[in-house]
Design a protein around this ligand. Sequence first.
Ligand SMILES: Cc1cc2nc3c(=O)[nH]c(=O)nc-3n(C[C@H](O)[C@H](O)[C@H](O)COP(=O)(O)OP(=O)(O)OC[C@H]3O[C@@H](n4cnc5c(N)ncnc54)[C@H](O)[C@@H]3O)c2cc1C
Length: 478
Amino acid sequence: MKRVIVVGGGITGLSAAYALLKRAQQRGQALSISVLERERAWGGKIATQRVRLEGMHDAFVIEGGPDTFLATKPWGVALCKELGLGERLHGTNPQQRSTYVLQGGRLQPLPDGLTMMIPTQIKPMLATGLLSWPAKLRMGADFFIPPQPLNGDESLGAFVTRRLGRDVYERLIEPLMSGIYAGDGDHLSLQATFPYLRDLELQHGGLVRGALATRRKLARQGQASSAPGSRSAFLTPTTGLAEIVEALVERLQAGGVELRSGAAAMSVQPAGSGYALILENGERELVDGLVLAAPAFASGALLAELDPTLAAELKAIEYVSTATVSLAYRQEDLKRPLDGYGYVIPRREGRQALACTWTSTKFPHRAPQGYALLRVFIGRAGQQAEIPWDEAGLLQLARRELAETLDLTAEPVLWRTFLWKDAMPQYNLGHPARLQRIDAALQPWPALALAGNGYRGIGIPDCIRSAELAAEAVLSAM
Ligand SMILES: Cc1cc2nc3c(=O)[nH]c(=O)nc-3n(C[C@H](O)[C@H](O)[C@H](O)COP(=O)(O)OP(=O)(O)OC[C@H]3O[C@@H](n4cnc5c(N)ncnc54)[C@H](O)[C@@H]3O)c2cc1C
């Protein structure tokens, strides 16, 4: 029987094992599959806590890492449906969809009419207090600036500034787009993060023109409505994303997959036509195929002996640390209504927090009646040294953010901090070329595949997709 090991038990590793199991069963192929996870818990960055206060019937659903996934990328929804979770997926609250942007310490509503984060309606843009009149005029120049001929990679910041002006970039686009990566838009590669923006420029002659055309296309397909009741772009299972992890673990165990937590892989060596995987406890596992679903730098460390060049490329993908602090309050302690999904904080505001999600408004079922749940997102590229990364420091920072912006100084009834060290990959300038070099370096190593958030997408659906491709590549090569 052929043997495959998956290293890493986050959403990528578990999805890879599931894809291996499913495909092997479909082909009637006998396959021994193991998943090794360094930590005790499964799920990696997916960390849901369901917390019930004394005497309370309903629980708070606290997400330490991701809190939702994008429905428009099909791989997340498809996996949930296969796992029997389709009926348990909730969208975001359609009744209070506002998002705010912090500006000069005050919350300004994000203007309506953004399509793929690009402004496509004139009236709300003219009315917004987020932008000065010169900034609004400069944004209009997008209609007249010709597309730049193909010029290789360009930073997200440089591209948006070139099309819409620096103010629009810093006040509107940067907090929305760079926030996804906790990154610095002046370093993030446009091609690796938002390649469709460049396509809009090339195909339609400008960003706004392109976004308008997309809006019309979506409207024809019935997907562009922002009215209450329209389909949500983001989904999550009822009691948190851990439902996906729990369902995967159950399926894998039922399918005979060996799940070993508390088991760290140390290095990969060549062994006959396959590989030997050396574990931290000294065990040596012989395998025909390997899926490395750990962060890129961790996979790089595993491959240091086998292929130093490939290892160096993997280790060169930068990751930054982030943290989330979730805090619950009695509704009567709030000084202002949480009438939206929360707010984002532009880098130019100089704050250490990146965003604040009003969780109990965005997903009302995540807090018991009478309570509000908020989550402060901390840490971004370029500001790593300034953050107090210990639990007390993070809590203090989060509470200061809530006091300054929401005048919320009451004692929380509950709080949880989650520190994610080296968690967010930075697809910086040069990332697409690095991926090509990594693909080329993998050629001499059959049935060895890389998957995870370090390469071609950071969101959960992209991770699942990368896992499925890795499983397919390993099975085909064996
Ligand atoms: C705070 C935060 C908020 C986010 N929000 C969202 C969101 O709302 N929506 C969204 O789609 N995405 C979000 N993301 C991104 C998304 O959560 C991650 O990209 C995704 O969960 C990564 O999954 P993964 O399995 O590739 O990696 P991980 O979850 O990092 O799993 C990798 C696993 O490998 C293990 N490992 C490492 N080295 C070894 C070794 N040598 N041996 C054995 N095991 C090893 C690690 O312990 C870890 O469990 C967020 C991320 C963070 C940190």
